[in-house]
Design a protein around this ligand. Structure first.
Ligand code: ADP
Ligand code: BMX
Ligand code: MG
Ligand code: CA
Ligand code: ZN
Length: 343
């Protein structure tokens, strides 16, 4: 109250306003450095407390251990410098990566050949030594689930599952508000749910995995096959000579009436849908959140497969397309922000 007359006379902000401005300022400046290592890309970002991506850097993920490690450290060091001029105070580093991860030790235990030379890698020590910051590491699909829990459709949802499509297919399971890691950190490798005994070969060495049918890589493989057999063409689709064929071409071709492309995509959607029905029958979540480049394409067919093929009690479980821009990066950041600001 003592503040009142002063404030009126001199137009100062009240004590209450000052405190709330301070809190706003702290929430804005306290940030995490997030790293995401995928089958194609290596991304680093500066991310604020409320999930704002302040700056993002993308490079192809190098194929060798040495080059990859060097690039991670360089991109992080560059981002740390930018953080100073952006007025972001970096509290720690969160790393999201493909592969089985022991988050207690900050170790990548094993990777499929989607990321080569990436087994038995201690990520925490070199990053922490170089940047003098605490480091958290988890699997990319698990990170995507953490992001949905903190910033996305998983907010206030006790049990949900997320499936993220990139080069491969990653997964994360939140059960009773917590991630499931399993006995050997191999839980929620949802891309390797198998939906056929034969089926296409998977990057994991097995076959018939949903990743081998429905991932970015799988659709690119099928698009290239059609292109090689001269079957991708359809009126309205113009592919330039030097253009790299991707899943996007397959989707365009199907939309323009190419039956072969349509058949491939139906098979991919069915495989993914059946895989997700299996998940529903194991963990019975409230919600399934799809993310990644193909999420909006897959949402309706997956929902339909669930209604056709799940047990009656699971048929109405909702499938949503994530609204988050970069779930893996946001989840990596959330590990930092949740631990460093917990009281
Ligand atoms: P990562 O697997 O490295 O985490 P991303 O999540 O960045 O990579 O996804 C890369 C994958 O997405 C690649 O397989 C690429 O072919 C595919 N892709 C990129 N852009 C598109 C697009 N517009 N439509 C469909 N697929 C795409
Ligand atoms: C692979 C596997 C998963 C990962 C998924 C999605 C490795 C290296 N990766 O199934 O651990 O979650 O890919 O990864 O074993 P992305 O490359 O599509 O982001
Ligand atoms: Mg990824
Ligand atoms: Ca996972
Ligand atoms: Zn597999």
């Amino acid at each position: 109250d003592l503040d009142e007359p002063l404030q009126k006379t001199f137009c100062f902000p009240s004590v209450k306003e000052c405190i709330s401005q301070d809190i706003d300022h702290i929430l804005e400046t306290q940030s995490a450095l997030a790293v995401d290592l995928g089958g194609t890309n290596l991304r680093v970002a500066i991310i604020g407390m409320r999930g704002k991506i302040v700056e993002k850097y993308t490079q192809p993920n190098p194929k060798s251990f040495e080059a990859r490690m060097q690039l991670i450290l360089k991109m992080c060091a560059d981002a740390m410098r930018d953080a100073v001029s952006l007025n972001c105070r970096i509290l720690g580093v969160g790393v999201s990566t493909g592969g089985r991860v022991n988050p207690q030790e900050g170790l990548v235990l094993h990777s499929t050949n989607l990321i080569q030379e990436w087994s038995a890698v201690d990520l925490r020590t070199p990053i922490s030594d170089a940047l003098h910051l605490p480091v958290w590491v988890d699997n990319d699909g698990n990170c995507a689930a953490l992001a949905e829990k903190k910033f996305g459709y998983g907010k206030n949802v006790e049990n949900f599952v997320t499936v993220i499509t990139g080069t491969g297919i990653g997964g994360g399971i939140i059960h009773n508000n917590e991630l499931i890691h399993g006995s050997t950190f191999c839980a929620a490798e949802l891309g390797h749910i198998m939906v056929s005994l034969e089926g296409p070969e998977c990057s994991c060495g097995s076959r018939g995995c949903i990743e081998a049918y429905a991932s970015g890589n799988a659709l690119q493989r099928e698009a290239k096959r059609l292109q090689d057999e001269d079957l991708l063409k359809v009126e309205g689709l113009n592919i330039k000579q030097a253009e790299t064929i991707t899943a996007a071409h397959l989707i365009s071709a199907a939309r323009l009436g190419n039956n072969q492309a349509d058949t491939v995509l139906n098979k991919a959607s069915t495989a993914l849908g059946v895989g997700i029905v299996n998940i529903l029958h194991i963990v019975n979540p409230t919600l399934v959140i799809l993310s990644g480049v193909l999420a909006s394409y897959y949402q309706a067919p997956v929902q339909r497969i669930i209604s056709e093929r799940a047990l009656k009690s699971a048929q109405d479980i909702k499938v949503l397309t994530s609204v988050l821009e970069e779930p893996a990066l946001l989840g990596a950041a959330s590990m930092v922000l949740d631990y460093t600001t917990r009281r």
